[in-house]
Design a protein around this ligand. Structure first.
Ligand code: PEP
Ligand code: MN
Length: 365
């Protein structure tokens, strides 16, 4: 249930309303929007009558029941206002959200060694992308496949961050690793295979770090939003939802099926920012640029692209990884597109063109 407060209501009156609402056996939360303050009530609100709440104060504009099973995540909970996830990085604040420029996250599937991660980070930085991605802990289908270098890879990510100033996004798979990963990551990634690892969601939520929550391999949109609800319920509103393809019947030509319809669907259901990952969605580097552009046209707030200096030698996800040269080309192509859809960045792409051939197109590993 939400209680919408009229604009210009004195702060003391808002506090009095919250005080009055605390008589109910529910949690109250003050949400300060751009032009309205909303008080959210979460818990068993079936015992509360909206008419009674309305009588608490003439400054209450409306009392609305949130019908969705996901409460804090729902669009209604913020009275229709999209939320923003603002991430401090050494290069400055980066904002994920509907009224902000497209945010690009790029890098290898796994952090393999210092040279490859630092050089990839330099390319990523030169294109104007804001975040470096790379896994230290890898969720692999086979226990015999490369599992990631773990802690030592975290320090390589820290090095890449220091050299480029890029924000770092990396996956945490186990609650036991949370502190270590949170020390290096600016955004914690919870992967598709852990989307419903509820103890991980609660503990990662409690770190207060922004969370990138990937959609589970076969998760419905409701299951995905309920997973996000766990993080918000842990007191952390900074969640970005990442669609990375869902399992459908064709394995022969694509790895997964990119459900781009989630963009308009989520817009009607949730205030949270959206990221699209065409790399894991398609599984083939040749399809990544097309789907990245389609995602921008659909209105995504952000893109995640796998980039590897030498994809044929990659320890994981080589077939879907773009080479640095292909990534530079993609960034050049999407710049005017993002601009066209009102999501352009200021000068990043222009400076990239000036960078010209200085970008290490052919980094060997
Ligand atoms: C990844 O980002 O490298 C990854 C393993 O992603 P997902 O959880 O979407 O499979
Ligand atoms: Mn990967």
């Amino acid at each position: 249930m939400i209680v919408v407060i009229k604009s210009q209501t004195p702060a003391s009156e808002i506090e009095r309303i919250i005080q009055q609402l605390s008589q109910y056996p529910v949690t109250t939360e003050k949400i300060i929007g751009k032009d309205k303050v909303v008080i959210g009530l979460v818990g068993d609100t079936s015992v509360i009558h909206p008419e009674h709440v309305q009588q608490i104060s003439p400054f209450i504009e409306q009392v609305i029941r949130v019908k969705q099973p996901f409460k804090r995540v729902s669009l209604e909970y913020r009275y229709g206002e999209p939320s923003e996830v603002v991430v401090p990085t050494p290069n400055g604040l980066v904002t994920f959200g509907q009224n902000h420029p497209l945010v690009v996250v790029a890098g290898p599937c796994s952090v393999e060694n210092e040279e490859m991660i630092v050089e990839t980070a330099q390319v990523v930085k030169a294109t104007g992308a804001q975040f470096l991605r790379g896994g230290a802990y890898k969720p692999r289908s086979s226990p015999y496949a490369f599992q990631g270098h773990g802690e030592s890879a975290l320090s390589l990510l820290a090095k890449a961050r220091e050299v480029t100033g890029l924000g770092i996004i990396t996956e945490v798979m186990d609650t036991a690793d949370l502190d270590k990963v949170a020390e290096v990551a600016d955004v914690l990634q919870i992967g598709a295979r852990n989307m419903q690892n509820f103890s991980l969601l609660k503990k990662a939520g409690a770190t207060g770090k922004p969370i990138l929550l990937k959609r589970g391999l076969s998760a419905t949109i409701e299951e995905w939003l309920m997973a996000a609800e766990y993080i918000l319920a842990a007191g952390n509103p900074n969640v970005i939802l990442c669609e990375r393809g869902i399992r459908t019947f064709d394995k022969q030509y694509t790895r997964n099926t990119l459900d781009l319809s989630v963009v308009p669907v989520l817009r009607g259901l949730t205030h949270l920012p959206i990221m699209i990952d065409p790399s894991h969605a398609t599984g083939h580097s040749k399809y990544v640029p097309t789907m990245a552009k389609a995602a921008i046209a659909a209105g995504t707030d952000s893109l995640m692209i796998e980039v590897h200096p030498n994809p044929s030698k990659a320890l994981s996800d080589g077939p879907q990884s773009l080479t640095p040269a292909d990534f530079v080309e993609l960034m050049q192509e999407i710049a005017p597109l993002a601009q066209f859809f009102g999501r352009g960045t200021k000068s990043a792409f222009t400076s990239m063109t000036q960078f010209g051939t200085k970008i290490p197109f052919t980094v060997g590993v």
